[in-house]
Structures are given as C-alpha cells and as structure tokens.
Design a protein around this ligand. Structure first.
Ligand code: FES
Ligand SMILES: [Fe+2]
Length: 405
C-alpha cells in the first residue's frame, strides 16, 4: 500500500473520530432474504462464481521452492498446484489421463514427479506425462497428448490464482484494477505459510462473508474481544471494481496524532481488510496476512465453510512497519494468533451468521436492511446481483422504522 494512500486513510479515520462520523453511502438498501435461502440462486452462484471464475487459492508461500505442490478440492474438483523446477506456478486437474484416478493424494509436499497410485503413469511438475510402465505390453501412448489438463494459473503480487475452468483464461490485472498495484506493495511473495484451519458454518456463504462487511457491530458482538483495541462504527472504505478495501480503526491510531506522517504506517492505526470477489477476505495484521476463503457447500444455500491460512511477514519487513512492541501481533505465537482469530470470527461472527440463516429461513421478513454505514454490504450484494443478472437492490429513502413494516 503506497505511503501517500496510507496517510490519506489514516487521516480519514482520525477525521471521522474527531467529527463523530463514519463512511456514509447516503441511503439504505433492502437485500432479499431469498439471496441466502434460494437453492436456485445457490446453484447459479456455484456455477458462475465458483466453477467459472478465477480463484485465489493461497499466497506464494504455499509453494516455497521448486517442486513444492499442494492439492485442493475447494472448487469441487481435484486440483494440483505445483511450482516447477524453474520456479513457475502451474495448476492442473489432478486427474490421471489413463483411467481418471486422482493422481496426487497428499495435501502438500515436494516432488519432482507425480505417480498415479493405480498403474503408475507418472507426470512432471509441468504436468507432462513422462512415464508409462510396461508400454510394450499396454501399447504405445502418445505422451504429448496425455499431459495433465492444465488450468489457467497466474502468480501475481504473491497470490496464486487459478481458473477451475480449463477453457477460461483470465486477466488478473484487469480483475484487480488499481488494487493490484496496492497489493504488490505488501511483499506478500515473501510471506511464509504458518498454519491453516477450517471453520464450518450452518449459513449461506454470503452471510459468513457479510460479517466482514461493517464495524457497526463491534461494540455489541465484539464488546469483550475486538472492542478494547478497535473503535467500532468507524472505517474508511474504497472499492476497486468488484473488490474493496476496508480500513478498520485501531484505538492505537490516537498515539500517531501529532507525529510526523513520514513515520506513519497503516498497520499502526488500522487493520486493512481486502475483499476479493467473490469469496476472499484478506486481513492484514502486523503478524502477517490472514487469508479467509469462504466456500458454499455446492448447491446448498444453508451451509458453507471458511478455509483460513495464517502467513508471516519476514522479520525485516515486519520491523519496517514500526509497530510498537506492545501492539505488534507479530510477537504472538501462531497458537495465540489462531486462537485469537477463532475467538472473534468463529465464536462470535459466524455464530450470528448462522443465526441470521435461521432468521432468513423462518420467513419472518422478506428482506434485510443494509445501513448507510455499511457500504461493503451494499457493494458485495450489488456486485453479486449484477454478475447474475438480477435486479439491483431496492433503495430505501424512508426511515428504517417504516422500512421494516
Ligand atoms: S489410472 Fe492412473 S495410471 Fe492408471
Ligand atoms: Fe465481526
């Protein structure tokens, strides 16, 4: 994130605090509860957003050296991601070209060759079929026609992007817009993978995503967890095409007042959270990025899960942030970082997200209301609806009391 932009965001937050304001879209919108309960919409989203759209599967640190690999079934099909012996990132359908068995069954590791467990057809890190045992008995195989099926894959700004549709390549620079440049400033290519976990939630995937979309709830839901270190209902918000950046306001921002802006760093006064369409929340902390990938259970509008991975900035990068020791999350152990995140996201946010699903299924109301101070919710849902060709969200001009009738 460019320093000039860091200063703009920090000053904007200080200004909101001074004036007792928050970002203000200027109007409320109604979001139909069917968005969270309809099997038809869930099916459209799965096809359009999760089967035919490029996805961020991890940071570059998932593949730390030549020969590193990991496998994924997050997008409903087996995918093998590799870093070849020259260091280039690849993704393939993890399916043997002989009889269709899943080739690599380990979650991650390092290999020069991937040998199918059925008859040992063997593939290189570039997906080439390099060995067919007993070919004199089996019959000749044209190896050049039997490589693993390649998926469009791009490594950019320390992020690993894959299209699950082999036919659909993508332009990640175009999809990220101006946000790409900003992401490039975080040195994420140097971040090491630390640990990962899964949270399952009995709610629509968008309800889990929505919990990242405002700080209006900090002083109630997170009264004892986040609120001691964050101001609630104060944020800076910027959109970049289908993506956005929210800057949450740390109470430590006050210690920066009156100090030279040259010494400011965004992480001293905020926790920036990037949303990358359709399902990514990337939380920047002094300890390192936390990547949250939210997936629906295919075809099921009421169940979803989050795959969460913790990464670490290299020590020299972390020190350059100038975060005072007592505020620096980087001093914490990975166990403390993971437990702290779970205490907020899993034990608080995702509990109310599941509760909202109960409410949506109850039929109590046909829509939920997004406030003027919840711009991310406006943006998420407007973007989803536009992508699926649905009607725009209905705008409410009247006070919420009459809107809830
Ligand atoms: S199915 Fe893979 S080698 Fe036969
Ligand atoms: Fe929250």
């Amino acid at each position: 994130m460019q320093h000039e932009e860091q200063v703009r965001v920090l000053k904007g937050l200080m200004d909101h605090l001074d004036r007792g304001t928050n970002v203000d879209v200027g109007y409320q919108v109604k979001n139909p509860t069917a968005s969270y309960t309809s099997p038809e919409i869930a099916a459209q989203e799965w096809e359009s957003f999760f089967q035919d759209y490029p996805h961020l599967l991890g940071l570059s640190g998932e593949l730390p050296e030549p020969g590193s690999f990991f496998t994924s079934t997050d997008l409903g099909k087996p995918i093998l991601c590799t870093r070849d012996m020259d260091g280039t990132f690849h993704a393939f359908l993890n399916v043997c070209r002989h009889r269709g068995v899943v080739v690599e069954t380990a979650e991650r590791g390092r290999k020069k060759l991937f040998s199918c467990p059925f008859h040992a057809w063997t593939y290189s890190t570039t997906g080439d079929l390099v060995a067919v045992p007993k070919e004199d008995h089996f019959g000749a195989v044209d190896k050049s026609c039997h490589s693993l099926v390649a998926l469009p894959a791009v490594e950019r700004h320390g992020l690993l992007w894959v299209s699950p549709n082999p036919e659909h390549s993508f332009d990640i620079d175009d999809l990220l817009g101006d946000l790409g440049d900003e992401l490039g400033h975080w040195n994420m290519e140097a971040c090491a993978r630390h640990d990962a976990t899964t949270y399952k939630h009995a709610c629509n995937w968008k309800l889990a995503n929505d919990t990242f979309g405002e700080t209006y709830h900090f002083e109630t839901l997170h009264r004892d967890t986040l609120s001691p270190s964050f101001y609630g209902n104060v944020q800076m918000y910027d959109t970049y095409k289908r993506n956005h950046r929210m800057a949450l306001c740390l109470r430590s921002i006050d210690s920066m007042r009156g100090t030279p802006t040259d010494s400011w760093h965004i992480l001293r006064g905020t926790a920036p959270v990037y949303y990358l369409f359709p399902n990514i929340q990337l939380v920047m902390t002094g300890g390192g990025p936390i990547l949250v990938r939210i997936y629906p259970d295919a075809g099921d509008p009421s169940n979803s899960r989050s795959e969460i991975t913790w990464y670490t900035f290299p020590e020299e990068v972390r020190r350059s942030f100038g975060i005072p020791e007592e505020q620096d999350e980087g001093r914490l152990s990975i166990t403390d970082r993971m437990e702290g995140f779970a205490a907020i996201i899993e034990a608080e946010d995702y509990v109310v997200a599941a509760s909202s699903q109960v409410g949506a299924l109850s039929g109590a109301q046909d829509f939920v209301t997004f406030g003027r101070n919840e711009p991310a919710l406006h943006h998420y849902h407007s973007t989803f609806r536009k992508a699926l060709g649905q009607e725009p969200l209905e705008t409410l001009e009247s006070p919420i009391s009459s809107a809830a009738e």
